[in-house]
Design a protein around this ligand. Structure first.
Ligand code: HEM
Length: 214
């Protein structure tokens, strides 16, 4: 199987697993987010639970939409056969990214770990829409390779939540850090690791060109 195809299947499998898991945990198993909220201590601003929960639900729905629409648009077959769908779905992806960032902007000041976590989340709130915007600008200029590169970088951040929880788990359980500190560290780690992974995927799957502007 070609490298690109097996990577695509792997990502599809992981994304599907994330969507099922995140939806189950947040809408069925713990809809009041009691487990997650139990780690919040000494918040500077009091959290308005019903509002926070509703924003979090919207956040989760759009986050899942970024995974589905992003994944579909990386399918070469779909792109070749249904160009209009690729375009339409691309805008669904963009709107979803902005909705995740918007809801994240509301939740960031209340984030586990306080100011340090909030700063990291707000950095993500700027970098992620920026990368997505660059993908749109490049395709408008008909720079196909650049468009794919920026989309790979943008799509990597769709795995932010999974990455945060995995790294938190490793640092907390493996190195004995407190949950809160592990959580904060994991946001910064995700901020750095996900784009590195994106660059690896770009190098392995896209043709190397001296002039990458087309
Ligand atoms: C696209 C994949 C994503 C999914 C599936 C997702 C899902 C979630 C979920 C379920 C929560 C509730 C708490 C938890 O269990 O972690 C949450 C919280 C949060 N997410 Fe996301 N998210 C995603 C991406 C992002 C991105 C890219 C950002 C930043 C731009 C972000 C910012 C936040 C913030 C600020 C919180 C609140 C954290 C806290 O209160 O400590 N999320 N997310």
């Amino acid at each position: 199987m070609p490298k690109g195809k097996s990577l695509y299947l792997l990502l599809a499998l992981i994304s599907f697993g994330i969507i099922i898991y995140v939806s189950y945990i947040n809408f069925i198993y713990d809809p009041q987010a009691e487990e997650f909220l139990s780690h919040k201590e000494g918040l500077k601003r009091p959290l308005q639970l019903p509002l926070w929960l509703n924003v979090m639900y919207v956040h989760v729905v759009f986050a899942c939409m970024t995974l589905v629409s992003g994944l579909l648009n990386f399918s070469t077959k779909l792109l070749q056969r249904y160009r209009k769908f690729h375009r339409f779905n691309g805008y669904i992806y963009v709107v979803s990214v902005f909705m995740v960032a918007l809801t994240s902007g509301y939740m960031a000041p209340y984030s586990t770990g306080g100011k340090a976590s909030s700063i990291a989340f707000n950095m993500l709130n700027i970098i992620w829409p920026f990368m997505t915007g660059m993908a749109i600008i490049s395709i408008r200029k008909k720079k196909l390779i650049q468009h794919r590169k920026w989309m790979i970088r943008s799509f990597a951040y769709c795995f932010t939540n999974t990455s945060i929880h995995l790294i938190t788990f490793v640092i907390h359980k493996g190195f004995g850090f407190t949950y809160v500190n592990s959580y904060t560290i994991s946001i910064y780690c995700s901020l750095i690791i996900l784009p590195i992974l994106a660059e690896i995927v770009i190098r392995r799957t896209l043709p190397r060109t001296k002039h990458t502007s087309h």
